[in-house]
Design a protein around this ligand. Sequence first.
Ligand SMILES: [Zn+2]
Length: 397
Amino acid sequence: MTENNTTYHKGFKFRLYPTEEQATQINRTIGCCRYSYNVALRKQKEKDLLWWITEEMVQNGQLLSNEWKGPRYNANASMKENTAFKKITSWLKEVDSTAIQNALQHLGEAYNAYYKKEKGKPKFKSKKNEMQSYTSKCNYNKGVGTIRIVEENYITLPKVGKVRFAKSREVTGRIIGATVRRTPSGKYFVSVLAEVGKEPTQISMFQTGVDVGLKAFVTLSDGTVIHNPKFFYRVEEKMKKEQRILSRRVIGSRNWWKQKKKVARTHEKMANAREDFLQKITTMLVHENQVISMEDIRVKNLLKNGNLAKAISDVSWAEFRRILTYKCEWYGKELVVVGSNYASSQLCSQCGFKNKKTKNLAIREWQCPSCQTKHDRDQNAAKNILAEGLRILSKSE
Ligand SMILES: [Zn+2]
């Protein structure tokens, strides 16, 4: 265990609802960061140019060798230059200076990667980039941070003020910064970065098996059934409709762009709703159980008819497993992934009898011919997944 294990960084992403004035300020900050980044990059490129000029003189025989070692990009020097620059450029003063510093440091990182030959030359930032963002640092004065959550669902951002946000969960730990993003469809999000101490593990005596399916999103070994929110299907219908309208528009026309934005918004809506749903159920599972056993979902090919509901489920399952994995790590819980060749839906969870007749997916309920226990297909599978998970766990200990 290293010392780093005492704290770690955790990101909390929320939707922001800035007023028109605040949105203007956010956009201005994004613009100023891009401008400062590009100015610093241009200056560095001018310095680098001397090498090429010297090189040309060598090629022309005017010099014996190219001894020129151009100064490397230095974020600190760049920041000092920027401070001097700020004195004469009033509009740069109007935005959060830590955001500009961050942009210049970011350029420093880009140059370092380039010097180490890990990445190509840093490029100018464009207004046309998909994602526009800036990152502010949280400074503390007498314990009060410049970035903080106030009045339940407001967050203060330097030079922007109190911005309303959708608080879907508590921000824990010491806030160290925030990244504000604007999506192509003109929505705003904030990612609050906090330093969190390893939370004391609350040991639970419960354990659960998770069966993922299409009828229900998951069924637990205790019989709990969690369905996909109905909302998903409504958005799915809307998505199809908007796509259809888009396909009828003349590509590149005003209405086409308008419709494209609409489609993007619907996609976002779907992604956000799904993320929210998965966050909630994984939190519930991790808090209630010490051991979570689930089937390897990559190989779960229940349906192959290529409909949208399936595509959504596939994405959800992969995401479900990803979130569950890191949350179990955070809270010191055990996640066991059971191999796919394990016939979870065919075995009787009571006596272990293998009932091949249950291969047919249409059979939702069955009675064990051996011990007469009545089974719900999914719950029985979840029970088997749990038993197999516990077996794997006891073997590895
Ligand atoms: Zn049985």
